[in-house]
Design a protein around this ligand. Structure first.
Ligand SMILES: NC(=O)c1ccc[n+]([C@@H]2O[C@H](COP(=O)([O-])OP(=O)(O)OC[C@H]3O[C@@H](n4cnc5c(N)ncnc54)[C@H](OP(=O)(O)O)[C@@H]3O)[C@@H](O)[C@H]2O)c1
Length: 307
């Protein structure tokens, strides 16, 4: 627990900045529930895997390779199924979708947790900027293909970031999805995290009336492998600062565990959470026209890269 946790209070949910994933799921029995989690092998994803299985859930644990997913499952020891899902490789996303469908288990939650941040130079896959392609398009493809496999009250939880505020001034740069007309490591990360929020909002709209929900969230700032692409000095500063001002990994995993499991959120959809409480994203994150356009463009990209 960081020093900062001592000064931050709790919000209306009864939880707050300092709450851990174990605390927000205390007393929730997830036996018989199945949840799909991306990025299960590292950082807040690994902690999410540990806590959801501790509460009795069967977690379909997705990682870039099946070996990584299996190792994560072995590490936490609960009931897991390991699947490969490299979000930047549509063929493996399709393989993951098939494997999930083949289990025949309705999904009580899909937690889109995997992500990459601040690649120093422009990287592309299939002609698209890699952070957007991995963090948004990969998850868009996964979730939209599995919507029919969601349980009656199934929840889609998309891990975004307050870094969405760093997206370009106009929001999603629809005329620069390749990144070739301008790229900055944090601006493009911000754009991908804005896309996460807009996707959750538009999905929530489409799911309205079905009992299924979609929400997005900021997990906090936590020292994990996410900074691996940044200047090593940032990593050193973060590791020194972590005990003082950053969330711990158990605290960082709390908001997604809360959004995926807490009974009070059964009918809550289209919201953005931070510190285990409802929050408000930036202006673009509340723009329905941008969300609608992103959905159309994302469908087009998925069709193109899977043709
Ligand atoms: N840490 C923070 O301060 C912070 C703040 C705001 C938001 N977030 C968000 O929280 C989420 C989890 O991040 P974290 O901090 O736990 O970072 P992390 O320790 O680096 O974990 C990221 C996970 O995503 C996986 N991943 C990366 N590229 C992938 C790909 N192409 N296909 C499938 N999986 C891929 C990684 O797999 P490998 O291990 O194989 O690379 C890893 O399992 C991310 O969405 C991030 O944007 C984090």
């Amino acid at each position: 627990m960081s020093l900062l946790s001592l000064f931050k209070g709790k919000g209306p949910s009864g939880f707050g900045y300092g709450s851990t994933a174990e605390e927000v799921t205390e007393g929730i029995d997830l036996s018989g529930r199945t949840m799909l989690l991306t990025g299960c092998n590292s950082g807040i994803g690994l902690e999410t895997l540990r806590v959801l299985t501790k509460r009795g859930a069967h977690v379909i644990a997705a990682a870039r390779t099946v070996d990584k997913a299996r190792a994560a499952g072995d590490q936490v020891g609960g009931e897991t199924t390991a699947v490969a899902c490299d979000l930047s490789e549509p063929a493996t996303v399709l393989g993951c979708i098939e494997q999930v469908k083949a289990t025949g288990r309705p999904l009580d939650a899909i937690i889109c947790n995997a992500g990459i941040m601040a690649l120093p130079k422009l990287n592309q896959k299939y002609g698209y900027e890699l952070q957007l392609f991995t963090n948004h398009i990969g998850h868009f493809m996964l979730v939209t293909s599995l919507v029919d496999n969601l349980a009656d009250k199934g929840r889609v939880v998309i891990v975004s970031s307050e870094a969405h505020h760093q997206a370009p001034a106009e929001g999603i740069q629809f005329d620069n999805l390749s990144g070739e007309r301008g790229y900055t490591p944090l601006g493009n990360y911000g754009q991908s995290k804005l896309a996460n929020i807009l996707f959750a909002n538009q999905l929530a709209k489409r799911l309205a009336g079905t009992g299924k929900t979609a929400n997005s969230l900021h997990p906090g700032v936590i020292h994990t492998n996410l900074t691996r692409n940044m200047n090593p000095v940032v990593d050193v500063v973060m590791s020194i600062g972590a005990p003082l001002v950053l969330k711990s990994i158990p605290q960082g995993a709390a908001t997604q565990c809360y959004a995926a499991t807490h009974p009070s959120l059964e009918d809550v959809s289209g919201k953005y959470f931070s510190d285990c409480n409802e929050s408000r994203p930036g202006r673009h994150g509340r723009d329905p026209a941008m969300a609608e356009k992103l959905w159309e463009v994302s469908e087009r990209i998925v069709a193109e890269v899977t043709a």
